[in-house]
Design a protein around this ligand. Sequence first.
Ligand code: AMP
Ligand code: MG
Length: 402
Amino acid sequence: MIPLAEARAYVLARAETLPAERVGIERALGLVLAEPVCSAEPIPAFANTAMDGYALQAADTRDAPVTLEVVGTIGAGYDGDLQVGAGQAARIMTGAPIPDGADAVVKVELTSPAAGSGDRVNVEASVKPGNHIRHPGEDVAAGETVLEAGTTVTPGRVGLLAAVGAYEVAAYRRPRVGVLSTGDELADSAAPLRRGQIRDTNRRTLLSLVAEAGCDGVDLGIARDQPEDIERAFRAGVADCDAVLSSGGVSMGDFDYVKVVLDQIGDMRWMQIAIKPAKPFAFGLVEGTPVFGLPGNPVSSMVSFELLAKPALRAMAGFAPADLGPATVRAVSDDDLGHRPDGKTHYVRVAATRDDQGVMHVARSGGQGSHQLAAMTRADGLAVVPDEAVVNAGDPVEVIVL
Ligand code: AMP
Ligand code: MG
């Protein structure tokens, strides 16, 4: 068995960042920018009001309450040339440009319509120059770099890109990831199962994990336990995808042809990793494309994905080495999590809760068999329990967040 760190280093050394391309902002969420984004203009571009109210000259409000003449109304988007002089005010709506002559805004709540003839307003409070005015460049200066290369595009940043007019950006390509199941026992419909059959779950899970990781998943279907079928599926996958994930056929069974085929068509390394679950794992290049041979048991394939495939896919997508994950937190274990020494680090499925102090606690989420997918889905995380570790109830433990 090899340490997880060795397997991870082997994989990451071969997971090259994909080329950058120009992409519309509607497709940019989650991508890593390959070039910085600058703003040609200041934001805001013009002085405008943060409140609905009246634009006026602050000096006129020194002895408030005062009554001012209302010279017009300015809505957001206004581009006229209304002037506000001494003794005057303009009704103004949030986001509208401050008219020439005005140097402050008093919010509508501090005003009331004046009685008598003409359009006039009572201003109840005195305000200082600049009151409620949003100045040009307060958010972004002209020429400022708003997003550095290497930044991940978040929802707010999509908005920021639009704000600066960057409707297209240079970003590392979103990995296209093929997902293949293998096995004669696999069915893929709601029809009653024959004896010996099970439904293919891994392909559904892995396609979902791939999507959640920000990649485009490609369904490569199910290959039967025949060398020709397996070879055909892998060749189709590597021709069409940036990476291929398969599950099953990497252990010691008689029909584990994935091993045989990948050794013929690729440059693979077969590993026994000192972890539980997910000990068997294969990684290599087939026609230059990274191929991950994940174990067949549903929980194992998920754990393998989190520990090895996802970090590699993130590296391909341009994430920095420190951001490849998996992300961990510290929690207090409510269970004894130690195990009999077997040379492996155990990843224990745990459910998380918070106590009155806001401290996170974890406890086993159910059965720990690598085939027990339902128990896995009740887990919020994987508690990391090294072979030599003693984790008694009440002890701190590191938890991978799922
Ligand atoms: P294998 O490594 O192919 O021997 O598979 C190990 C175990 O995982 C066996 O019990 C398989 O039936 C099961 N398995 C393999 N592939 C899948 C799959 N796609 N969905 C659910 N279980 C699977
Ligand atoms: Mg199999």
